[in-house]
Structure formats: C-alpha cells, structure tokens
Design a protein around this ligand. Structure first.
Ligand SMILES: [Zn+2]
Length: 321
C-alpha cells in the first residue's frame, strides 16, 4: 500500500524545513465539531477548518493539506449536501491552503449537478492579495502552487464583506502578523471567529519572518479578536474562536494568550533595549513561566525559534528608529 508521507507541521519551508515532522496522513481522521449557529469546525492534520452551512451552500475557511481533501469533503458531506461555494484562506501556508484546488474543483461539480447556478466556475477562493502574490510568485526554492489553488477573489482593503447563508461575514485583514496576508473571519450571526494562525493553543505564536510576519502584528491581531468577542455573562462561551491549530476557544482563552504574548514581547523588548545579544536573551529564558504550556524543544516551531523571531523583529525595529 502506498502511503502519503509528507512534511506536516506549520509548513514554513525554508524557515523550519530542517525540523519539520513527518506524519502519515493516511491514518489521520477528520473530526467534526459543532461550534454554534451555522458554524462547524473540522479537526485533523494541518490547520483547523471552519465550515459554515445553510440554504445557499457551504463555505469553508481554509482547506488543510492536499492529501486530506477527500476526508475533508467526506466530513463536510455529513453536514450538508449543498455545493461548496466559497473557500476563504486565512493565509498562505500549505497546511491551510493545500486542499484549495481539489475542493474548489469539486464545488464546480456539485454546483453544476444540483444547482445550475454558477456552474463550471468552481468554488470561489477568497484571500488577501498578498496570499495570491506569494502563491503565484514565490521566492527562493519553494515550488509554486498550481494555479487551480490560487485565490480567485482577492481584497487589498482593511476588510471584505460577504453575505451568505443568511449571515453577514466579515473578512478582516491583519497586517504583518503571522504572515503579511492574514485574515480573520467573523461570522456575525453565528457569533464565531475563525482566527487562522493568528491564534494557536498549541505553541507560542508562529512568526513567519520570510513572509512578513511580526510580533507586534500578532499582538494587534489578538487585540482585534478581543474587540470582536463578547463573553457570556460569568460563564464560558459567548463568541467562540476557532484557532489555526488546537482546541475550540472563547474570549477568556484569547485573553490569556494575548497577555502571555504581550508579556513575553515586552520582556524581550526590554532586553533588546538594554543591548543584550540574542544568546544572552535566550540564556535569560524570557518564556520560562509559559514553557510548560506552549514551549517545545522539537517540532516545527520551537521555543528557541520563537525567541529568535521576536528578537529579530524587535532589534530590527530598534535599529531603524
Ligand atoms: Zn500558518
């Protein structure tokens, strides 16, 4: 039996290529979780997928790895037989866009067979224009994505609005954060935010320096999510937040993460201001009290890589001022 072995992780090729984990995707299952309202969360390998369903069809936020596509579609079909009309990409990494081409294509087949509306066009793929720029003109040695996977509908403003399945959906650009093309997706009626890799429960924030990531943008993104979310009175719940990787969260979880990221950033900023070298900063262990929860010595995004990236962001900024 042939098995699809490929690099699994945060797919920041070139930055973390040497440390990416391999995982056999044949064995990975896709689990479906109802978040609330019209919105569901699919969890498997790669990034989490958010699904919105209704009379108009199916909308996805992100598509995971390409070899996961048939399982992703099978999971969607347990929720809805309507055509897949929209795919929104939160950013450019392979673990979030890998299934774009096969899933978008399937959208066309279903639309043609059942609907007769927009047939032969496939599902529209929406993303910030920097996602298209990086997929269509990648730098370095990374192979370009096939054109069938490219966004068909890009935006370059602060926000793009969509009305689908009786629900207002806001697609909000967050400049220079995890990458330079991040979007937050807010389902207003269902009261669910899909955060992409701007918010993770599994590691310290991933900052893709090669693709325009910046620690300040991560903090701003987390604050933006907190502006949107409203907790249930003295209870868990209220607005739910689907992270790029990890478990379903609410405002309290984002608040805790935002505080952690802000504290660590400010510690490293202080060390940079005092003229400490990267080695001295690492030796001072600015993440120590959070290492148990978010740290790691192995895997695609280690504590050391996080400190490295933050240091580079902050020391570059200090020099330019
Ligand atoms: Zn990512």
């Amino acid at each position: 039996m042939r098995r699809a072995l490929l690099a699994v992780g945060l797919a920041i090729l070139g930055t973390v290529g040497a440390t990416t984990q391999t995982q056999n995707l044949d064995k990975v299952e896709v689990h479906v979780l109802h978040v609330q309202g019209n919105v569901y969360m699919l969890v498997g390998a790669g990034g989490n997928i958010t699904v919105q369903i209704g009379d108009d069809g199916v909308l996805l936020v992100d598509t995971s790895y390409e070899p996961m596509s048939s399982k992703v579609v099978a999971a969607i079909r347990t929720l809805s037989n309507k055509p897949i009309r929209y795919i929104i990409n939160t950013h450019v990494h392979e673990d979030h866009i890998g299934g774009n081409a096969p899933i978008a294509k399937l959208g066309a087949t279903i639309a043609g067979g059942n609907m007769g509306v927009g047939a032969n066009t496939g599902a529209a793929i929406i993303a910030h224009e920097n996602v298209l720029n990086r997929m269509s003109a990648p730098t370095g040695q990374q192979a370009s994505s096939p054109s069938a996977a490219w966004p068909t509908d890009t935006y370059f403003t602060k926000k793009k609005e969509l009305f689908f399945n009786g629900e207002a959906i806001e697609i909000i650009h967050q400049p220079s954060a995890h990458t330079d093309g991040d979007s937050i997706v807010f389902f207003r009626r269902s009261d669910v935010v899909s955060a992409g890799d701007l918010f993770l429960t599994t590691t310290f924030p991933v900052i893709d320096l090669q693709r325009g990531g910046n620690i300040h943008g991560i903090v701003e993104a987390l604050n933006r999510i907190l502006d949107i979310t409203i907790p249930k009175d003295k209870q868990e719940g209220g607005t739910y937040v689907v992270p790029g990787h990890g478990r379903l969260c609410d405002e309290a979880d984002v608040l805790e993460y935002r505080d952690m990221v802000t504290i660590v950033r400010d510690r490293i900023q202080d060390m940079v201001t005092r003229g400490m070298t990267l080695e001295q900063v690492k030796a001072a262990r600015p993440t120590l009290d959070y290492d148990g929860q978010y740290g790691g010595k192995t895997g695609p995004w280690t504590t050391e890589m996080f400190i490295d990236a933050v240091y580079k962001n902050l020391s570059t900024k200090a020099k330019s001022q």
